[in-house]
Design a protein around this ligand. Structure first.
Ligand code: F6P
Length: 354
């Protein structure tokens, strides 16, 4: 068996741990040959690849990013190298030239959508869910999320000291696209006083009222806002657009927007900070190293059993798999009645609701 592995979309802590687990499991348990496809699906187009063996994956468990490189704009079905035309036949031909029997695609919803189209064309693919956003459907966790939450939590711990010393309102903007998981868990772990999610449009007046009440008690305010959060009646704050990407909108800037809107309504100085790619960088947490290893090992088992068209998933703390077709093109957002949302309300954390 000759298996290709690629990482698609944005980088994420734990990608290398998956590459390592898949490679070692396939070599040790199936005597397989493993090839790394470089820079996501672009490596199938060019083609660009390299052999993976035990030596090649040695020492990468704790390394952030991806040793294979990635690409967030390469969709062979709308290939930028062909003026946006469908060049998927070239990718399939290259997979044949490389002698690949199957492919493991590690990525988010965009990667799963592309994988699903290749499966329909007869290329056997197994998927592994990756994203710091934790927004892939049918899996309770994706690796990378715990590492991002740890960065948000530590950032809030560090910022609260300045907020308290100066009596400030401090706004921290997290990533997460259209889902509020990072802000919800990071804000909870970091003890934020206000948590603003894309799933619950917020009132600037309600947030200002919380800040003023805290001022009167001599307390600073820590606000954790997701990049996809919107005030009631306002549109998403878009930082830039990336033409050709499966998701061209690059969100960002809502923290600075809120700072401008809040400052005239409160007495304290309001500051904001966008955490950005700090949340995606660096070494994965031990939880993510273990989850990525479990996912990689499970992906190898699916391949060995010929169970193609499946994506590894975590359900009820067990590794299982779901049909990639059921995942493609969908997002998992925070349900407004989620247990942690209710806990936040119960503990007096404001969600910006009126
Ligand atoms: O999907 C992961 C993510 O980090 C989102 O949280 C964020 O909106 C987006 O990717 C940023 O993408 P890029 O690195 O292309 O700017």
């Amino acid at each position: 068996m000759h298996v290709g592995i690629l990482t698609g979309g944005g980088d994420c802590p734990g990608l290398n741990a998956v590459i390592r687990a898949v490679t070692l499991a396939l070599i040790n348990e199936a005597g397989a040959r493993v090839t790394g496809i470089e820079r996501g699906f672009l490596g199938l187009m060019l083609p660009a690849s390299r052999p993976l063996d035990a030596a090649a994956v040695s020492g990468i468990l704790a390394e952030g990013g991806t040793i294979l490189g990635t690409h967030n704009r390469c969709d062979p079905f709308h290939y930028f190298g062909a003026g946006g035309a469908d060049a998927s036949a070239d990718a399939i031909a290259n997979a044949g030239r490389l002698g690949l029997d199957a492919l493991i695609a590690i990525g988010g919803d965009g990667t799963m959508e592309i994988a699903n189209r290749f499966i329909a064309l007869g290329l056997p693919v197994v998927g592994v869910p990756k994203t710091i956003d934790n927004d892939i459907v049918l899996t309770e966790r994706s690796f990378g999320f715990d590492s991002a939450v740890a960065v948000v939590s530590e950032s809030l711990d560090r910022l609260v000291t300045t907020a308290r010393s100066h009596g400030r309102v401090m706004i921290v903007e997290t990533m997460g696209r259209y889902a509020g998981w990072i802000a919800l868990e990071g804000g909870t772990a970091g003890g934020a006083d206000v948590i603003l999610l894309p799933e619950l449009p917020f009132s600037v007046d309600a947030v200002a009222a919380v800040c003023r009440a805290r001022e009167q008690r001599g307390q600073a305010t820590l606000i954790c806002i997701a990049e996809g959060a919107c005030a009631i009646g306002e549109a998403l704050t878009v930082q830039s657009t990336l033409p050709g990407s499966p998701d061209p909108l690059r969100l960002g800037g809502v923290g600075a927007w809120l700072q401008q809107r809040l400052q005239p309504l409160v007495a304290s100085e309001v500051r904001s900070l966008q955490l950005g790619h700090l949340q995606r960088g660096g070494s994965p947490t031990p939880f993510d190293r273990v989850l990525a290893t479990r996912f990689g090992y499970h992906a190898a088992q699916l391949l060995k059993a010929g169970r193609f068209g499946r994506m590894v998933a975590l359900q009820g703390d067990a590794c299982t798999s779901v049909a990639i077709a059921d995942v493609a093109g969908r997002n998992r957002r925070v349900p407004p009645a989620h247990e942690l949302v209710q806990a936040a309300r119960g503990l007096g954390v404001s969600l910006g609701e009126i």
